[in-house]
Design a protein around this ligand. Structure first.
Ligand SMILES: CC(C)(COP(=O)(O)OP(=O)(O)OC[C@H]1O[C@@H](n2cnc3c(N)ncnc32)[C@H](O)[C@@H]1OP(=O)(O)O)[C@@H](O)C(=O)NCCC(=O)NCCS
Length: 163
């Protein structure tokens, strides 16, 4: 498996991976699946600097992606990013999340960034383990902050100091 920066050609595969979780899981609070075209404004945020998107690829198949996005719009937040990671549902538990975060977080270490945050809707043992392995620490717990599939979900915020 190879991790590399994503290109626009990877967008349909990334949308396919993400839409599974949009439709089937509380791990994202998006409620409606995307088309690749509908995901272009999300894609345009990536600048290869603070905001990066990486894919894991094997034999021309995209197995997952990880990215850093703007945490909040107000500019004093620019030294913080939100990070997220999605492995293809058929390939979870195979080290893809770990490989992607190793690549993404290494790349972010060279940017003018101070903190990374992950927002994890509970329960999500795999995501908690992955983030904790990379040194993220829980800093907040929001109770029943989102509603999906007719029920409310808690979200924890995890924080990582970037070098
Ligand atoms: C969360 C996710 C990205 C982790 O990636 P992954 O490739 O499945 O995980 P890895 O194989 O790299 O393993 C990472 C850690 O999670 C643990 N893990 C993996 N699958 C697990 C599972 N089903 N239950 C519990 N722990 C699990 C691994 O043991 C490992 O922990 P360790 O470092 O302490 O050994 C992936 O499972 C996924 O895409 N889940 C759905 C989307 C999602 O929840 N994204 C995160 C949104 S915050």
């Amino acid at each position: 498996m190879n991790c590399r920066p994503a290109t626009i050609d990877d967008l349909p595969a990334m949308v396919g991976i993400y839409n599974h979780y949009v439709e089937q899981s509380h791990c994202t609070f998006d409620l409606t699946p995307f088309t690749a075209d509908g995901r272009r404004s999300w894609w345009q945020e990536f600048d290869g600097q603070r905001r990066q998107c990486w894919v894991a690829e094997e034999e021309d198949q995209i197995l997952g992606y990880a990215c850093s996005t703007r945490l909040k719009i107000k500019p004093a937040y620019d030294t913080s990013v939100e990070v997220s990671v999605y492995a293809h549902v058929a390939h979870t538990g195979q080290g893809i999340g770990e490989a992607l975060y190793r690549s993404l977080l290494n790349a972010l270490a060279n940017q003018d960034l101070h903190r990374a945050y992950a927002l994890i809707a509970l329960p999500n043992e795999a995501s908690l383990k992955l983030h904790e392995r990379f040194g993220f620490r829980r800093v907040a717990h929001l109770h029943e902050v989102g509603r999906k599939f007719q029920r409310y979900w808690d979200v924890v915020w995890l924080e990582l100091r970037l070098p």
